[in-house]
Design a protein around this ligand. Structure first.
Ligand code: C2E
Ligand code: MG
Ligand code: MG
Ligand code: MG
Length: 290
């Protein structure tokens, strides 16, 4: 596709149709510069077992340290990176940062901690994706079971993606569906998808104690997931009431401000030392249940 022809991509922006095109172009060129200047970094947010509060993993969340704007959140630049194809080198950078951090934590004497990484549709659509990611991980002397790969429903449900999914899973990576319930939600697909885990989207969690329908949907998701042998994590848990509701409905794991906000690696390392974790990395072939 012409969009992927590198430098020619700008001719696809029609300024008269899209009033934000100029801004998008500016962001795209500063993203390119940011890659060269190494301005991306990764924050980490803990995921904990609902019942015990024991750490089960971390999610890696990209940030951009812009020289003038300060710390820029992903929603302000990931969509533009997706459009322009810059998401590929940016994602590669995230994987390198995550692997290097994981290795550094192991060398600092912390037990291996599984880190979840968000994948983009473009990355995932690369034919040799499974081999590429394996190469990166092994280059750092890590085992694929150290990483959990997050994909969205749309990415997971395409028929042509089933081979890649199975390859990734066979290599020993954990797979989860991010923002579950926001896209297709074709429950029939859940039965054939080779994933380990679903992440209930934050918008449902926000309805706990306020909207009986959200509560009903969450309870149903938990029930179906349990019967299909999938692990469930709730995202964006902020209040006691939300936590209690999720515990009462047997949700396995929790990610949200109630436990910890995404933090830079130094702060997370402190948090890890304090929380007295045990090794939670599952070897390939081992049963997996948070
Ligand atoms: P996501 O993967 O669904 O990540 C969870 C988002 O929810 C994060 O926002 C996190 O900071 C936020 N969050 C967690 N707990 C709470 C809570 O209790 N309350 C509230 N209000 N928010 C909470 P963040 O870091 O701004 O990331 C936004 C999105 O950007 C991510 O959503 C993900 O889709 C995307 N993203 C982040 N990092 C990457 C990356 O490395 N690659 C790609 N392709 N996308 C990324
Ligand atoms: Mg995610
Ligand atoms: Mg997401
Ligand atoms: Mg999410």
């Amino acid at each position: 596709r012409a969009k992927e022809e590198g430098k020619n991509q700008y001719r696809f922006y029609d300024m008269t149709l899209n009033p934000n095109a100029k801004e998008s172009m500016e962001i795209a060129s500063s993203l390119r510069r940011a890659l060269e200047k190494d301005e991306f970094l990764v924050y980490y947010q803990p995921q904990v077992e609902a019942r015990s509060g024991k750490l089960t993993g971390l999610e890696a969340l990209i940030r951009w340290r812009h020289p003038a704007k300060g710390l820029v959140p992903p929603n302000a630049f990931i969509p533009i990176a997706e459009e322009t194809g810059l998401i590929l080198p940016i994602s590669e950078r995230v994987l390198q940062l995550v692997c290097a951090q994981s290795k550094a934590w192991q060398q600092a004497g912390l037990p291996p901690i599984r880190i979840a990484v968000n994948l983009s549709a473009r990355q995932f659509a690369q034919k040799d994706f499974a081999a590429r990611i394996c190469e990166i991980v092994e280059g750092y002397g890590l085992n694929p079971s150290c990483l959990e790969l997050e994909i969205t429903e749309n990415m997971a449900m395409k028929d042509e993606m089933q081979t890649v999914l199975q390859e990734i899973r066979d290599k020993g990576f954990l797979l989860s569906i991010d923002d579950f319930g926001m896209q297709y939600s074709s429950l029939n697909y859940l039965k054939k998808l080779p994933v380990h885990k679903i992440k209930i989207d934050r918008s449902f969690i926000g309805g706990i104690s306020r909207d009986r329908k959200d509560e009903a949907i969450i309870a149903a998701m938990l029930n179906i997931a349990d019967r299909l042998g999938l692990t469930v994590i709730a995202e964006g848990v902020e209040t006691r009431e939300q936590l209690e509701f999720l515990r009462a409905n047997n949700c396995h794991a929790i990610q949200g401000y109630i436990f910890c906000k995404p933090q830079p690696p130094e702060e997370i390392q402190e948090w890890l030392r304090r929380s007295n974790i045990e090794s939670n990395v599952i070897e390939p072939g081992g049963g997996w249940r948070a």
